[in-house]
Design a protein around this ligand. Structure first.
Ligand SMILES: [Zn+2]
Length: 305
């Protein structure tokens, strides 16, 4: 009897131990699930943080002065809105298209061709052919070059219309507001004078995109102080009069210019004038693509070289 009871107790004990083990395993199992749940949640939080970073980036105004050699192309983004001012030469069309595609851009809300010179509208047909286009702005200035005809053909093929803006016309790019500052001067002998000039305001920060506008354009209005100046006509001394620069007082000046270009631009006179008003100069021939990020109060500059 005593032996039997012992055996029974042993059996009960082992059953109890088994139950305890199963229980522990169960708890461990639950714990493992709990741990999994926590790490999933951490992943979710991390994911949310990533989304937040992206959201903040989209909340800023991003202005990229794309290095397209002796030519202009400026990409401006805020929230989900995109504007492109000029698209480089015919040769640089692919560079501009790829630059935008790599950023995941599929639609350009505002496409601006400042004036019908090849170093500004050369790549515009490529851009039109590769992206959804909202509104196109160009001056009421025509020329007979193949480059210009290619642009018109691309516009026609996509059934797009062109708006020729007047002084004071505004566009909204996310939270930023662009204003066309001058009426283009329509002179067949000097297409630079037809340049569309836009000032963009974002919070307390501002940008002025001059295209190839010259002193004659500068003299048509009084200019408000502006943080960033895209210097007119690649730093030529036919633009950027001292009087004009003293009104703008740009903290930063961007010169879009090709290395060893045959025009010998920028001119030393322009550099000296910009330095004399204390402006910090950036150049695409020396700095590559220049990106300016505005949070509405502060500007941050990144250069690729
Ligand atoms: Zn030009």
């Amino acid at each position: 009897m005593a032996r039997k009871r012992k055996t029974m107790m042993k059996k009960m004990l082992s059953a109890a131990i088994t139950l305890i083990i199963i229980g522990i395993a169960g708890i461990l199992g639950t714990n493992q699930e709990f741990v999994n749940t926590i790490s999933n949640r951490e992943e979710q939080v991390n994911h949310l943080n990533e989304q937040k970073v992206e959201f903040i980036a989209q909340d800023n105004l991003l202005v990229d002065f794309i290095d397209v050699g002796q030519a202009d192309s400026i990409l401006i983004r805020n929230q989900d809105q995109v504007m492109l001012i000029d698209a480089g030469t015919n040769e640089a069309g692919d560079t501009v298209v790829n630059y935008l595609k790599e950023l995941g851009i599929t639609k350009i809300n505002y496409l601006v061709g400042t004036h019908p010179h090849e170093d500004h509208i050369g790549g515009i047909d490529d851009v039109i052919n590769n992206f959804d286009i909202g509104q196109i702005y160009m001056p009421k200035m025509e020329t007979t070059t193949k480059t210009f005809e290619d642009v018109l053909e691309a516009i026609e093929n996509k059934n797009l219309t062109v708006t020729a803006p007047n002084k004071g016309d505004k566009i909204e790019l996310g939270q930023a507001v662009g204003t066309f500052m001058t009426d283009p001067i329509l002179d067949k002998d000097n297409l630079n004078l037809s340049s569309l000039v836009m000032r963009l305001e974002f919070g307390n920060t501002s940008f002025l995109f001059m295209g190839d506008a010259e002193k004659e354009n500068e003299e048509t209005i009084n200019w408000p102080k502006t943080d960033v100046l895209k210097v007119g006509h690649h730093g030529s001394n036919t633009s950027s009069s001292k009087k004009f620069l003293e009104q703008i007082e740009p903290e930063y000046s961007i010169i879009m210019v090709g290395k060893d270009n045959s025009y010998n631009l920028p001119k030393q006179e322009t550099i000296d004038n910009l330095k004399s008003i204390g402006s910090e100069i950036y150049r695409t021939d020396e700095n590559g693509t220049i990106k300016i990020i505005s949070d509405g109060n502060h500007l941050e500059i990144e250069k690729s070289k």
